[in-house]
Design a protein around this ligand. Structure first.
Ligand code: ADP
Length: 264
């Protein structure tokens, strides 16, 4: 049965940026950014290097903190709320709770180098979700099977190729049963011949789950196959937003046309 809270949240976007600012010193990366990602959406952010796409993912993951504005996950404020016209920081405990629903896969895999593959995957489910070790191991084995690495559970990351490490990182993110999966240029550090293996696993996840995905990628074909919405991002704001077929075939904005003609 849906609770009152579920009813209240139904129709809420999975991710909402409301007037978000992000500065690094004098470098203003985002200024008053508004955008939403609906539940179950697969949204790809495209745009020039340095335009702030990774920063957006890192803000959602609370690896960075916005310098202004508000981010909501499932309608719940992530790090700050507005009270009496003031922007108030929420407690660490609150943001950790909200962050449990979000998984992230990084360009550089970011596996724990001193832990075996299986231990990398069960670390968060056991420590953050309080899952029993036996359950976490059973789930990790299923996920390793799904990403084609059932025989690597006792390996250390350094014994694996880049593509294999990235598949472990995907399994690790999925082990938390995230509602939202953030994919940050996950194939950029891989040799060209294994890029497709990793993309195929992600396509399969997109096809077989309803996880909301926010994707930063240079793989335009992947963006086209997997996303239902593409945001062209430049100068700290969304320049254009469209379904992939429209964005890649008939973009409206000159800025988007220039960018796509340089990368396609
Ligand atoms: P993109 O993903 O679009 O290439 P990024 O989000 O990585 O862009 O970077 C946007 C801008 O923010 C760049 O100017 C970058 O140098 C700056 N930036 C990102 N992270 C940091 C950081 N931790 N410290 C200082 N500047 C940063």
């Amino acid at each position: 049965m849906p609770t009152q809270l579920d009813n209240a949240r139904r129709g809420e976007p999975a991710i909402r940026f409301d007037g978000v600012d992000k500065r690094f010193g004098d470098n203003v990366v985002l200024r008053g950014l508004d955008f939403t990602v609906a539940k179950g959406d697969r949204v790809t952010l495209i745009g020039p290097s340095g335009s702030g796409k990774t920063t957006i993912l890192r803000l959602v993951m609370t690896l960075e903190e916005a310098t202004g504005g508000y981010i909501y996950i499932d309608g719940e404020p992530l790090t700050h709320v507005e009270r009496g016209g003031q922007r108030i920081a929420l407690k660490e405990k609150h943001r950790n709770e909200v962050r449990k629903r979000i998984g992230m896969v990084f360009q550089q895999f970011n596996l724990f180098p001193n832990m075996k593959v299986i231990d990398n995957i069960i670390e968060a489910p056991t420590h953050v979700l309080g899952m029993s070790k036996a359950d976490a191991v059973a789930k990790a084995r299923q996920l390793l099977d799904k990403v084609g690495l059932a025989d690597k559970e006792d390996s250390h990351p350094s014994q694996l190729s880049g593509g294999q490490q990235q598949r472990v990182a995907i399994a690790r993110a999925l082990a938390m049963d995230p509602e939202i999966l953030l994919l940050d240029e996950v194939t950029s550090a891989l040799d060209p011949e294994i890029v497709n293996d990793v993309l195929n696993i992600l396509r399969d996840i997109a096809d077989t789950t309803d996880i909301t995905m926010l994707i930063v990628t240079h793989e335009m074909q992947f963006a086209r196959d997997v996303s239902n919405r593409v945001l062209m991002f430049d100068g700290g704001r969304v320049v254009e937003e469209a379904e992939p077929d429209v964005m890649f075939k008939d973009p409206k904005e000159q800025r988007t046309r220039d960018f796509l003609s340089a990368v396609l």
